[in-house]
Design a protein. Sequence first.
Lengths: 351, 351
Amino acid sequence: MHDVARLAGVSTMTVSNVVNARAGVSDPVRRRVLAAIADSGYQVNVSARNLRSGRTGVLGLAVPEVDRPYFGQLAARMISRAARLGYRMVVEQTAGRLDGELAAIESSRHQMYDGLVLCAVGIGPDDVRSSPPATPVVVMGERPFEGTVDHVAMPNREGARTAVLHLAGRGSRAIALVGGGARNRDDAFTLREAGYRDALAELGLVAHPELAVRLPTATSAGGREAVAELVRRGTPFDAVFAVTDTVALGVLRGLADAGLAVPGAVRVVGYDDLDEARYSVPSLTSVAPDHDWMAGTALDLLLARLSGARDAPPVADHIAPFRLAVRESSGRAADQHRSPAGPTMPSAGPP
Amino acid sequence: MHDVARLAGVSTMTVSNVVNARAGVSDPVRRRVLAAIADSGYQVNVSARNLRSGRTGVLGLAVPEVDRPYFGQLAARMISRAARLGYRMVVEQTAGRLDGELAAIESSRHQMYDGLVLCAVGIGPDDVRSSPPATPVVVMGERPFEGTVDHVAMPNREGARTAVLHLAGRGSRAIALVGGGARNRDDAFTLREAGYRDALAELGLVAHPELAVRLPTATSAGGREAVAELVRRGTPFDAVFAVTDTVALGVLRGLADAGLAVPGAVRVVGYDDLDEARYSVPSLTSVAPDHDWMAGTALDLLLARLSGARDAPPVADHIAPFRLAVRESSGRAADQHRSPAGPTMPSAGPP
DNA sequence: TTGAAAGCGCTAACAC
DNA sequence: GTGTTAGCGCTTTCAA
């Protein structure tokens, strides 16, 4: 910048003004400066600017695994929305470990960002209380955060319940659960399992322990293996509720391995409504949280904190609305359950 | 830091030394400083440190779309490898547009990073020549870069050729192509199409124009629609080579729509060897570039430039080795084609 | 072993 | 409209 100033025969301040397209620079001077910039190949130093201005114009999104389709699709949504609002957004990976999440929330780690959206798996309200973030943070994830930070969650329990009721409505009675390894009492998989039990109870069906398989990780490989395990156990089943679509796709594969027709012999419902659910054979019925709503809400909350609006609402847990995307894997007739409460449902869910 | 220094009754320099675990600080002083840090909740200011040191310890990975499984899986590989080497790596999205890629390569944009891995779609050697990056850049993508930057590419033409030869080996003769919209003369989809033609020529088969469908975007939706189009055209076909696995999964879905059995009536091969290829029904035969090799090579090249090693080899195009992952969609018998030339193959490929 | 001074590149605030 | 001054928070250098 010094060089540019010398080359153009002006002060660094004027260069700064030109670079930032500020008013109050005469046309001939501006032209001279621009020429000097082009000549010297000058580039603004972002670190210096950040140091001075205290902001970066960049938002962070921390996810457990960048290669999980759910997070990829979430990231794409958030990035394009952020771009529309004038922010750049970059993604980083926490590896789904508590230390990774704490590192992400740790201020020194994300001073690179003006704000952070953290997709949490391990972290909980106590962690936030013990190391409160210095920059605005919004958490997306399952665990209630009890007013420690803004929190956007899925309708885990309610969505799972709806899925199971749907299976029963189609005529299934022996509904298996393929679940995920619970990390804590209130993670997504545990909540979805609770929703599964809610529905069975409502239906007057017993939750046969033989019909529940819990996986160490929620992968397609696991889903496939879970079906093999169910077959080995020998208890007959005529439907499977899988805790995620990724698992459900593995379940479809496992059922194919076992020679079980879908939906003829076994109906299947997943959770997440990934793009992939449309294209599997058979296509996958899935609980479809409103992803756009989630991405939008998380970003809006973050930007509200960022702008430091005094009138910003107090931190709270927000739960996404959902619907059931009914496709081939659960049978023929069409029906759509919708969450009744509109954009933000109370945690308790609909009656 | 000032505050901490005052609190501990030392100079800021000593605080800096403690924070950076440098030698030459007596134990009692160190203890006092640490206590002061804890008390004041001090966090180093990353921008200031970057300004001073001229480096950030962060690498960037710019991909066209974060929600394409291929890029998600690539990112996961690169991030964990970078972490092992002591670097943090973040992902950003170029939206696959030339301006996005130029923005990413533009120095001011990635001064946040010590180096950048750019997965290019639109950008080419001329762009690089006209705006040479100020920090080290490695390009992953299809187009040859003619020695302008380090470049890691897939064996596009050779892999496609192998896929088609495999289909013919299984008995197919009317092999359809479901291709991607070409952006330029040497993008991945054009090269793969060339490989398809190479194989047909070798086999003495004609490339029937009716059997080639080019999609505007390489999506599952497109693959599905392409099959419908092939069926509409009425020219019989007994195999499909799809330019990516994502497209191929849509093709499988489209074939199911059309009531065509895979591999009974139509054999299918994709390209990329996504995780998903293992779990589709039927599972998908796919050209499998060595993804670990690609991620590793790209990162090694970047780090070599970063370290400023004078003995670093000149920039060059590197092409990944590959194999064919044979699964259900192409028939029964097992065989594995391997690229013969080892880790780095000349662009020309094997005879 | 510790500290003082200077400056990384930028910009807000104020003079001219 | 343009220039001067000062300082963001850190670290390199050199002196104590």
